[in-house]
Design a protein around this ligand. Structure first.
Ligand SMILES: Nc1ncnc2c1ncn2[C@@H]1O[C@H](COP(=O)(O)OP(=O)(O)OP(=O)(O)O)[C@@H](O)[C@H]1O
Ligand SMILES: [Mg+2]
Length: 209
């Protein structure tokens, strides 16, 4: 028997490349499913027909995209995902998990690429309307450890400068500092199990509120 969450619950997973977002999001998905909750795992950019097409444009290394175009493509993908998936799922009482969401745009396009963060936050708002995460896990980690985890695919990371990722990491921490009620920072350099234990603790607190 599948039980609804009882209230709309939208949870996002954030942090720099290789911090462990996808690993933890999947573990949370499996955990909540095992408890009998209706739950859906989505990722950004993507997770709808149109948004996956936008994702392909964004991730194609042959495309040299201007910073503003990149920002608007992320927001277009987000507007599509929010309208087509997230809002209807929440309305049905499904718990929605999203691997990255608008904090990634603030951190990468705002702090990382140095676009005006107020403008970025404004566009985030345009894309999502009144659909905001109830809880966000920020997996904080140093660059070296994160890079080490990515192995072969770290070429992608190293094509960006280390300074860029330092700004992104600091950006995420700044977002958390400004919104402690929503954004929970977890030390992601710990083992997968310990990171999940901390995630679970925060999650259960939120579920039982
Ligand atoms: N706490 C951890 N300790 C050690 N290895 C980990 C930990 N968490 C994840 N990993 C491993 O590190 C790699 C990157 O993890 P994962 O894909 O979850 O990161 P991510 O944040 O989703 O990265 P990306 O931003 O590139 O999608 C994977 O091989 C994963 O198994
Ligand atoms: Mg991932």
């Amino acid at each position: 028997m599948v039980k609804p969450s009882g209230k709309p619950l939208f949870i996002t997973f954030e942090g720099i490349d290789g911090c462990g977002k996808s690993t933890q999001a999947l573990m949370v998905f499996q955990y909540l499913s095992s408890l009998g909750y209706k739950v859906k795992l989505l990722r950004e950019p993507g997770s709808t027909h149109v948004a996956e097409k936008i994702r392909a444009i964004l991730l194609d290394k042959r495309n040299h995209i201007a910073d503003m175009t990149e920002l608007l493509l992320y927001e277009a993908s987000r507007a599509e995902l929010t309208a087509k998936e997230i809002a209807p799922l929440l309305a049905k009482g499904t718990i929605v998990l999203c691997d990255r969401f608008y904090d990634s745009t603030t951190a990468y396009q705002g702090f990382g690429r140095r676009l005006d963060t107020r403008m970025v936050r404004g566009l985030n708002k345009v894309a999502v309307g009144d659909i905001n995460p109830d809880l966000t896990f920020l997996y904080d980690i140093d660059l070296k450890t994160a890079l080490g985890r990515l192995g072969k695919s770290k070429d992608r990371l190293e094509s960006q400068s280390k300074a860029f990722f330092q700004r992104v990491r600091r950006g995420f921490l700044e977002i958390a500092r400004k919104d402690r009620r929503r954004v929970k920072v977890i030390d992601a350099a710990q083992s997968i199990e310990v990171v999940f234990e901390e995630t679970q603790k925060i999650l259960l607190k939120k579920l039982n509120k």
